[in-house]
Every structure is written in C-alpha cells, then in structure tokens.
Ligand binder design. Sequence first.
Ligand SMILES: Nc1nc2c(ncn2[C@@H]2O[C@H](COP(=O)(O)OP(=O)(O)OP(=O)(O)O)[C@@H](O)[C@H]2O)c(=O)[nH]1
Ligand SMILES: [Mg+2]
Length: 475
Amino acid sequence: MHNDTIAAIATPPGVGGVGVIRVSGSDAFELVLPLFKRPGNQTELPPSHKLTFGHIIDPDTREILDEVLVAFMHAPHTYTREHVVEIQGHGGPLILRRILRAVLAQGARMANPGEFTMRAFLNGRLDLAQAEAVMDLIESETEAGQRLALQQLRGRLSDQIQQARHAILGVIARIEASIDFPEDDIPTPQPEELRPLIAEAQKLVSVLLAGSDQGRLYRQGVRTAIIGRPNVGKSSLLNAFLRTERAIVTPIAGTTRDTVEEAANLRGVPLHLIDTAGITPTDDPVEQIGVQRSRAAAESADVVLLVFDGSEPLTEQDRLVSAEVQQMGFGVQASNEEGTARKRPVLLVLNKADREQKIDVSELKQLWPDSVFISTSTFSDTGLKQLEDTLTDLILAGRMLYSESVLVTSTRHQEALRRATEQLKASFYSLEQNVPLDFVSIDLRAAYDALGEVTGETASDDLLDKIFSEFCIGK
Ligand SMILES: Nc1nc2c(ncn2[C@@H]2O[C@H](COP(=O)(O)OP(=O)(O)OP(=O)(O)O)[C@@H](O)[C@H]2O)c(=O)[nH]1
Ligand SMILES: [Mg+2]
C-alpha cells in the first residue's frame, strides 16, 4: 500500500540556511494548502513546479510558524511520480520539526528511510540499480565515485543488463516456441544454432563482471595495508597520509595493537588505509590477536606498503615479514600475458631517512628485485610526496582503476552477475549433454531472473526493504 501521503524533513539535521520538508502522495496538495497562507489570502492551487511565497501557519491557532517558499509539483513529473510538495523554510531544526508536525497533523504519515526513492522505483521512474545509485551519489566521497554513481543513475548499467536479458530471452523464446507449438511445425532449434546466441549473452555479462572489481575499488577504496615489524614508523606514515594524528605513535615497540582503518582521498583515488600492529613473535595473547589481524589485513589488501626502519640494519624479523608478504602473492606486477596470475603490488618504504642509514639496501633488492623502494621521513616529510605519487601511479598504471566503461560497483550486483554466469554455463553444458531443451530453458530462465535482480524486475519484497532501509529519511 503506497498511496498514502508521506512527509519528512529532506535536509540534514542541524542548522542550515534553508531546510526542506518534502511531502509526497495523492493528498499532498490538500494536506499542505490549509497550512499555506499567501498575501491576499489566495486559496487556489499555485502553478505547478514554481516557487510560491507565503507563510506556514498552525491551522488551529493561526500562529505563523515560518516564512517559506513552497513548490507544488503535479504528478507525474516529480521525484516520486506522485504529487509532491516541497516546503523551503528557514533551516533551524526546531522550525522544521514544527512545520513537519503541522503537515503530519493534517493526515500525512512520517516517511520511512528511503521511502521517496522507493516510490520512485515502485512507480517505475527509476529501476533498482538507479535507485541504489541515488544513495551512492549522495555518499560518494571522490569525484570518480560520483562519476560512476551518476552513470548508474542515468541508466547505463541498466541498459547493459537489459541488453543481456534481451539476448537470453531471445534464446528462451526460440526453445519454447518449438515446445509449445509443435503442431505449427516450428522446427526444434539445433544446439549449434543456440550456442552462439548463448555465448553472445554470456559475453555481455562477463564484460560487466570483469569491471566489477574495479568498481568495488572505486566504491570501497583501494585497500592499502601498512605492514612491517614493530616500531618502524607505520602509524607515523598513516598519520602523514591523513595529515592528522589519527593513530598513536610512541617510541615503544608494540604501540599499535589493533588495526586502524581510515579512508583517504589520494588525488581522486579513494584509499582504504589500514595501519597494523607490528608483526612479531609474542606470548602476549592480546598482541597475538593484533598480529593475526595484521596478517589478515595484508591478505585482503589490494596494495601493501612494506615498511622498514632505514636507520637500522635489516633484522631477522624484517626478513620474516618480507617473506610472508611475498608468500601472500605480493610483488612486481607480472607482464600481462594471458593466463599469468597478476601479482598484487607492493611498495617498499625505507623510513627514518632523516637518520644515518644503516639498512642493507642491496640485500633488500635481492629479496625484492624490480620492486620500487622509497626513502621517507615522517619527521622531515622527505619522500612522502614521492610515496603518494608512486602509490597513485601503481594503482592507476596497474589498471586497478579505470573509468571509461560502465563499472559495477555494488557487491549485490556482482553477486547477481556471478549467478547469471553460472546459469549460462549450465545451459551450455546441458546443450552439450543433449538433454531435452526445456532443461536448457530452465537454466536460461534462472540467468534471466538473476540479471533481473540488478534492475529490480525480479527482486523480492525483503530485498527491496533491505535496500531502501539503508537510505536516509527524506530521500
Ligand atoms: N627519526 C625518525 N623517527 C621516526 C620516523 N617515523 C617514526 N619515527 C619514530 O619511530 C617510533 C615508532 O613510530 P610508530 O609510527 O609508532 O611506529 P609503528 O611502526 O607504528 O610501531 P608499532 O605500532 O609499535 O608497530 C616513534 O618514536 C616515532 O616518532 C622518522 O621518519 N624518523
Ligand atoms: Mg603503530
């Protein structure tokens, strides 16, 4: 039931120059008009989509609550495709709450989180992927993330999903026509006819899936773990990146006991920085957990900054940490021949460059041939800019990020695309095995439905509730 009229404060809580109350539903105009007093006591509905000056009054006491501009907007050219009223008042929280209360007293219902956008979806103005893009757009913290969200909002992802679904439906139609109307002499399609059609659909899906890791990086940031033995300056480096004293720094080895995670924006590249506890053998159970977390952070990282203390000779512990990181598959980007597993990039940081350097660089270079070494000092800021430049280059040149194509940024979409791929593969296999064509058709249907979850055509009510409940109220 979504034709009751809902209302909410649409601007963020707190004080602002202007605050907006949004009302949507078939009775929106009737509910707001009695509260809206205009010069000369006009009572007719103001022109649609125009701002009209007046006052909001308490309908019982006739007390003026605020001086406002109100837009009455006729369905269907509105955010929700319903009648919408937006009241622009002064941006004080108390004023806005009083206006909202007056609107609710007229019979509107308080909107749930995301309910305006949900109505836009239910009324067919946006599909689900576009509705999700609204939230991404609001929340994006980098220009790149914003560009991707806008693309999705404009329907580019949805278009490509529809293309793939259309291709699959074409195959289903051919199979089912021959099953349903055998008397019409529709010839049973041969596997060799169907195979290229399925392959075509598969290609469309796999292009989207291929971009989804990049999409995730844009949305969640490039996971960058700062790894090393204790006391080499990992937390100092995190602070230097963030330009604040986020993590505790002391001369005591073992200062950081838990991972510290922070988002940073490196020239438009979103980073998810993780400072970790120094990796070292220990009997202290708390430290042990910390070290486990450091290892897990490295395991799950897209890039590792491996930090050494340049003012000390290489220690056994440095070598051990180094070997561990290597075993996790970090190293120089392998030349991109087909089939070679690409290594995840590592940057070697020789910190404390302000002191006399005692580290054996040649041994390190043997351990990490062809890797990039950068000397830094968090005291004198030496090398920090170079570190940032190199890290950006590594991320961009490694093509971990690119932004020309449509990128799937949501894990929900990625998961649906994976299922669609699996089902398409299954249909291929069924064709090979010469099983009856209706079985092939079942696999294809499943792929078709999985793709439909992205745009919302086949999404369950539970899923919809879950997605929209993550929105803010008033959106
Ligand atoms: N001389 C010098 N000292 C530094 C530099 N960076 C950090 N330090 C010092 O080294 C000590 C350890 O720094 P932290 O940043 O806490 O090192 P960490 O690697 O996070 O240490 P744990 O959390 O114990 O693993 C502190 O006393 C810092 O002030 C640097 O560039 N030069
Ligand atoms: Mg630390």
